[in-house]
Design a binder for this molecule. Structure first.
Ligand SMILES: [Zn+2]
Length: 210
């Protein structure tokens, strides 16, 4: 069993075609990513905010929620965002066989293809729990894992202002892939404060490549 730290270090050693864990040196944008949606209570306000600031981002969607809220997926695409694959039912990948993981991933890819016409989407496993076997299996099919390089900690149920303060101390930089979640209002409340600051600091924003 490889330790967590070693595994995340491993991610940065693998070629970008296999695992995208940060954008290549020289990237000029910040890449916001939102996991665990689409959520009918929280995603619309986030989309409003992103539109207001002309920010394009990437949404790693849960297949079962896509089936429940297709209009939100259509809205994401209409507003210039891109889709990623965050499994069908958000199970613990550590307790699934490789075949079980691929069933989850393939089912969601088929759903997403119905919206954006793209056959294979970047895969972000639930809780970032990847294995070497899964990574290699995806790579053989020319599909890739998409990780993050900056964790907003917005899932920790701490006050948004406290998390914002932490991000000001060590801000993400151009090329960073920022992990956030749109199944609560925390990220929207953080971004209401941070987006104007980041813009003023000269940062641009873009969706991840497919
Ligand atoms: Zn998740």
């Amino acid at each position: 069993m490889i330790g967590w730290l070693k595994r995340t270090r491993l991610l940065h050693w693998l070629p970008d075609a296999v695992v995208l864990a940060a954008m290549p040196r020289g990237a000029r944008s910040l890449y916001l990513t939102f996991d665990d949606g689409p959520d009918p209570h929280y995603t619309p306000a986030l989309l409003d905010l992103l539109r207001q600031h002309q920010v394009r981002a990437t949404f790693f969607l849960i297949g079962a929620k896509v089936e429940g809220h297709p209009q939100l997926v259509q809205r994401m695409l209409a507003e210039g965002h891109r889709l990623g694959n965050h499994s069908y039912s958000h199970p613990n990948f550590n307790s699934l066989s490789l075949a079980g993981k691929m069933t989850e991933i393939d089912r969601t890819d088929r759903l997403l293809e119905g919206f954006d016409g793209i056959r294979h989407h970047g895969v972000r496993p639930p809780s970032g729990a990847f294995s070497v076997a899964l990574t290699l299996h995806l790579a053989r099919q020319r599909r890739r894992l998409m990780y993050w390089s900056y964790d907003s900690l917005d899932y920790q149920h701490r006050p948004p202002e406290e998390l914002v303060q932490r991000m000001r101390v060590e801000p993400p930089r151009a090329g960073d892939i920022v992990l956030m979640h749109d199944d609560s209002d925390c990220c929207t409340r953080m971004l209401e404060i941070l987006l104007p600051e980041w813009r003023a600091a000269g940062l641009r924003f873009d969706a991840l490549p497919t």
